[in-house]
Design a protein around this ligand. Sequence first.
Ligand code: HEC
Length: 100
Amino acid sequence: MRSSKLLIAVSVTALVLCLGLPSFAADGAATFKAKCAACHGAEGQGKVGPALKGTSKTADEIVTLLTTGDEGKKPPHKKAMGGLAADDAKAVADYVKSLK
Ligand code: HEC
C-alpha cells in the first residue's frame, strides 16, 4: 500500500517536471545528430560544412542562422532550416557551443 502511493507520487512528480520544463523536451544532441551531423560531422569536426566545435559564433547567432537564415550564406543556411522549432534551435545551438 505504502509503496504504491510512493510510486504514484514519483510518477506524478516526473510528469509535472516533463510538462513544466519544456526545455528538457528539446534534445540538442539528438537534433544535431539528426539534422546537422551529415554536413558538420558527428563531433562537429566539419565535413561538407565547416567545423562547428569551437565556433566563434554565439548561441544566439546560431539560433538566428537556423531560424531565419542568412542571405550571405551558402545553402542550406540561406533560408531557415525546416522542421526546427525555436526551442530545438536553442537546444542545438547550446549543444554546438558545448562541443570541444
Ligand atoms: C546540407 C548540409 C548542411 C546541414 C544539414 C547543416 N549545415 Fe550548417 N553549414 C553548412 C555549410 C555548407 C555552411 C557554410 C555556409 C557558408 O559559410 O556560406 C554551414 C555553416 C554553418 C554555421 C556557420 C559556421 C561559421 O562559423 O560561420 C553554423 C553555426 C551552422 N552551419 C550550424 C548548423 C546546424 C546547427 C545545423 C543543424 C541544425 C546545420 N548547420 C545543418 C552545411 C550544412
